[in-house]
Design a protein around this ligand. Structure first.
Ligand code: ASP
Length: 416
């Protein structure tokens, strides 16, 4: 094991995890073998994700503060902001158009027996949120006492506070040289710890995938197979064709070179279903394998992990049309436009944690009067769908960092 590269070890861990899961799925759920194995997988999986979450908060805070401080010093903050946000909005727009288009084409949900789900829907106590409430709570969550935000791992609030600190540091100039240096050293220290955590990543990923496969409800998957296939297929098209084309168009980087560099992050995102927990790995991949300069990467990646979610945006749009088909509602063009806009807001507002998209999905359904109880149908299959959409969310952030670097002509002007 020691002689294999980390990439290969992670691939091996992922394959073994899937294999163990499929085998264990055949076992009776009350047998000691099943129970004990699941117990062990759960412990290893939880420890791995906990470790990533532990290092996440100091890493994000120091990365963004130092990243912004360095950018400002080079007068490039405006360009980086504009290109980053521009790319995020463009790639999510393409994802939503793809999601709406494929749902129109394949009409998942049409002809499904609604009675099957009525029971599930009746027992689900749907929450109602208005767009106003949602926007208000999102805005209210932006500026939070930084100590509370750090203590509660409130990633969006940490990002905002770190941006403030970064900008203030540069405005203060030489006076704050020591603080910048301290933050820089803190950040290097946290990255050193990320290196340790990555050593156990193959085991963590194996356990996460074994647990996921073992606990899937096959009957439900079979009933909803068309919807699942449309979502996974379309997400793949976005991740394998659209994003690489954008990347190639701007940077001329061949897709294979890109994927080779980002494998670790994609597999970690797939296994953890959390863009935020994956940030330490994402940063490593773009900086070490694809040579994105730290001041671009450390700005784009943590920000992207909280607001740039192509997979989630695509999913929200497709799932809304699926629910419309299920209840026999035909959505007109205006309603689809509303879905487009709310899917974008919902994806940006969803934190990078497992199944966050499910919560903000309520907003999308409500926006066109679809029954929010339909979440009851989507929830049981969400752990499965969340794997692929999180991987594409993270892929979008990595493509973004490469494109932004190219657009600001980074190589000429910035020192790392
Ligand atoms: N799990 C996703 C992520 O972390 C968010 C979602 O539920 O769509 O990126």
């Amino acid at each position: 094991m020691k002689n294999l590269s980390l990439n290969v070890q992670i691939l091996l861990g992922a394959s073994l995890g899937l294999l163990f899961g499929v085998l264990l799925h055949q076992w009776p759920t009350n047998s000691p073998l099943y129970q004990n194995s699941l117990f062990i997988f759960t412990i290893i999986a939880t420890l791995f994700v906990d470790l990533l979450k532990m290092i996440l908060v100091p890493l994000i805070f120091t990365s963004i503060a130092v990243g912004v401080a360095n950018l400002r010093a080079h007068q490039q903050i405006h360009q980086v902001w504009t290109y980053t946000l521009g790319f995020f909005i463009l790639s999510m727009t393409l994802a939503i158009i793809l999601g709406l288009g494929s749902a129109q084409l394949f009409t998942p949900g049409k002809g499904l027996n609604l009675a099957l789900f009525q029971d599930a829907m009746q027992h689900y106590d749907a929450k109602h949120i208005t767009l106003g409430d949602f926007t208000q709570s999102m805005l209210h969550g932006l500026f939070v006492n930084p100590f509370a935000a750090l203590a509660q791992s409130n990633v969006l609030a940490i990002v905002i506070f770190a941006l403030f600190i970064g900008i203030a540091l540069v405005q203060g100039g030489e006076r704050y040289r020591n603080i910048i240096q301290l933050l820089q050293e803190w950040q290097e220290l946290t990255l050193h710890i990320v290196g340790w955590i990555m050593r156990i990543a193959p085991f963590g990923i194996m356990a996460l995938l074994a647990k996921l496969t073992t606990t899937q409800d096959l009957n439900l998957l079979v009933t909803l197979v068309k919807f699942i296939a449309v979502v996974i297929g379309t997400t793949f098209v976005h991740g394998v064709i659209v994003l690489p084309l954008l990347l190639y168009g701007v940077t001329k980087m061949p897709p294979l070179h890109f994927w080779r560099g980002v494998r670790e992050a994609l597999i970690t995102a797939f296994a953890t279903s959390s863009s935020s927990a994956t940030v330490p790995v994402t940063l490593r991949c773009v900086e070490q394998h694809l040579h994105v300069k730290p001041d671009i990467a450390r700005f784009v990646i943590p920000l992207g992990a909280t607001i740039n979610m192509d997979g989630t945006a695509l999913y929200e749009a497709t799932a809304a049309l699926f629910v419309a088909n299920l209840v026999g509602v035909d959505l007109n063009l205006l309603q689809q436009l509303i879905i487009f806009l709310t899917a974008m807001i919902a994806a940006m507002g969803a934190p990078g944690i497992p199944s966050a998209g499910m919560v903000t999905m309520i907003l999308v359904l409500q926006s066109v009067g679809l029954p929010t109880e339909a979440i009851a149908i989507l929830l049981p299959i969400d752990r499965l769908l969340d794997t692929v959409r999180t991987a594409v969310n993270v892929e979008g952030d990595m493509v973004g960092s490469l494109i932004v670097q190219k657009l600001v002509g980074h190589q000429k002007t910035l020192a790392s």
